[in-house]
Design a protein around this ligand. Structure first.
Ligand SMILES: O=C(O)[C@H](CS(=O)(=O)O)OP(=O)(O)O
Ligand SMILES: [Mg+2]
Length: 243
């Protein structure tokens, strides 16, 4: 099966994705935050492109919370930022959250035309791999596109390491594009000191400087949440059969 890795949310993708499973990765922090929110009982997360879109969307969904960031900080007037620790059960349990972030929600929206769109992070990597195996048994899977959110349309090392870990777990019968091969090699070289490498990355360092050390450590932790988030009718929900 062919697996391709895309470097950032700005990568031109349509109509390229329509028969593919797309796995969106934004380790720091959007998909890590979404996985955590769903594990904490959040009903759904609705990705939108701008804060203005979020405010407009909330008119349609009374009671929804607003979550997201610009320059890593909670948007003024929003209920939640983009730290997974903002999405505690008592905050998001039973709620829908309209969310906009710099990179992750853009990548999810760009992938929306795909056959299926799932969200991956280190936190739920193993569950994503298990769900891919189940999907492969049920349907003919044309291919998988691992869509790294990147950072402001630049290559993002944490996202790429997570893509490499996913490819490593899928095993050797996958045909890869060059970035897929590079992601696999990077992961195999880094897997014994992932946290240190992520903390030293551009994105990791900028979050550490802003005081988000807890976020970086947590988002670098593998296989602790058995969640398979899927984009369904524009909302990111916990896809039960994907477990
Ligand atoms: O909130 C984040 O970690 C980033 C924004 S920044 O690159 O740190 O400014 O957003 P995301 O969409 O989660 O990459
Ligand atoms: Mg990011």
């Amino acid at each position: 099966m062919r697996v391709e890795v895309l470097p950032s949310a700005g990568t031109p993708v349509l109509p390229y994705l329509e028969d593919k499973l797309v796995i969106v990765i934004d380790v720091l922090r959007a998909t890590s935050t979404m996985v955590t929110a769903l594990a904490n009982g959040c009903q759904a997360l609705i990705p939108v492109l701008t804060p203005e879109d979020a405010l407009e969307k909330r008119m349609e969904i009374p009671g929804a919370l607003l979550g997201g960031e610009r320059r890593a900080m909670r948007i003024e007037g929003f209920d939640l930022g983009n730290s997974p620790f903002d999405y505690a059960p008592e905050k998001v349990g039973g709620k829908r959250v309209i969310m906009t972030t710099t990179n992750g929600t853009r990548a999810i929206r760009a992938a929306a035309e795909a056959k299926a769109v799932w969200m991956a992070s280190f936190l739920n990597l193993e569950s994503i791999v298990e769900a891919i195996y189940r999907l492969k048994q049920k349907t003919l899977l044309e291919g998988i596109v691992i869509f790294c959110a990147g950072t402001e349309d630049r290559f993002d090392l944490p996202d790429t390491l997570c893509a490499g870990m996913l490819i490593d777990a899928l095993g050797s019968d996958t045909r890869l594009n060059d970035l897929g091969e590079a992601a696999l090699m990077l992961y195999q070289l880094s897997k014994h000191n992932l946290l240190e490498i992520i903390e030293q990355s551009d994105h990791g360092r900028s979050l550490l400087e802003l005081g988000f050390e807890k976020d970086v450590i947590y988002c670098s932790t593998a296989n602790i949440l058995p969640i398979v988030p899927a984009l369904v009718n524009g909302e990111v929900v916990w896809q039960m059969e994907g477990r």
